[in-house]
Write a protein that binds this ligand. Structure first.
Ligand code: BTN
Length: 287
């Protein structure tokens, strides 16, 4: 991967700037620095390797050179949308996760789902994580930084005992897929894949604030109709419910054993599937 190759591959995508690093701490931190310095909409920061990549809830995210995609995209928020940002913040995370699902599905025939709020799963294993962060100047929202990390090659995938959710790669998923067994095609070019993800982000962005966006996101939700457990990290709060869908603000709608609908907002939460829990009770307040 190098800047010349990136510029050639992305020639048709309307990016305003591309910043490439062989090695960097975190592309999100660099993109936030650039946004503060006035970087324009659709500025892209890409790294081959990250030494201090950041994940959600203060977790670290390692990116071994040559194995993964680690990039951050600066999206300037139109003035008229700034006041409503808190209501739509989760949609930015979903925009990236949906773009990764669309690329995996449409370009590689892989069935991908979103483990709310920010993970992309293939075959029940995590293939991608998204960290979207707001960049503020005082109390004025400057930009949203979409940070995306994808396990492309199996070499960069952590073992199951090193992570709190089992992981996989695009490479392994392609090898395992029925389609590749038929076509024999199971390789992936990182830059082409990045181009495909960026095209999907840019293509879907105009729908971001539309109600249909929520319905599209909902159709990609992992475990929909199934029972899930949501843990609020750093606290003892555990809530179980049947995953119904999404609210307009991107909160998760769950149904408890008494068929009462309640909401869980994103934040420091982690979700996993559980066995059918008809006798479960909620510790979150109902709404
Ligand atoms: C998570 O699953 O917790 C989110 C992981 C997000 C990692 C990406 S890699 C590119 C960008 N730069 C960062 O420091 N983090 C995001």
């Amino acid at each position: 991967m190098d800047l010349i190759e990136l510029k050639r591959t992305f020639a048709e995508i309307p990016l305003s700037q591309i910043h490439y690093f062989d090695r960097i701490g975190s592309t999100n931190s660099e993109a936030a620095r650039l946004a503060e310095a006035g970087a324009s909409d659709l500025t892209l920061v890409v790294a081959d390797g990250q030494t201090a990549g950041r994940g959600r809830a203060g977790k670290s995210w390692s990116t071994l050179p040559g194995t993964a995609l680690a990039f951050s995209l600066v999206l300037r928020v139109p003035a008229e949308d700034r006041a409503h940002y808190s209501q739509f913040a989760t949609r930015y995370t979903a925009l990236s996760a949906l773009a990764v699902c669309d690329a995996l599905d449409q370009n590689y025939g892989l069935d991908a789902h979103i483990k709310w709020p920010n993970d992309v799963l293939v075959g029940g294993r995590k293939i991608c994580g998204v960290l979207s962060e707001a960049s503020w100047l005082g109390d004025r929202l400057q930009a949203v930084i979409l940070g995306v990390g994808v396990n492309v090659l199996q070499d960069g995938v952590p073992h199951d005992d090193e992570v709190d959710y089992p992981a996989t790669s695009v490479e392994q998923s392609l090898i395992d897929s029925r389609e590749s067994k038929i076509t024999g095609r199971n390789t992936i070019d990182r830059l082409v894949f990045l181009k495909e993800i960026l095209s999907h982000i840019i293509g879907r962005r105009p729908q971001l604030l539309q109600p249909e966006f929520i319905r599209t996101w909902e159709q990609r939700l992992a475990y929909r109709g199934g029972w899930v457990e949501i843990v609020t990290l750093g606290q003892d709060n555990v809530v179980r419910g049947q995953l119904v869908g999404l609210d307009l603000d991107g909160s998760l709608q769950l149904k408890d054993a008494d068929r009462k609908i309640f909401k869980v907002s994103s934040g420091r939460v982690s979700l996993r599937e559980v066995e059918n829990q008809d006798d479960s009770t909620s510790v979150f307040s109902s709404s």
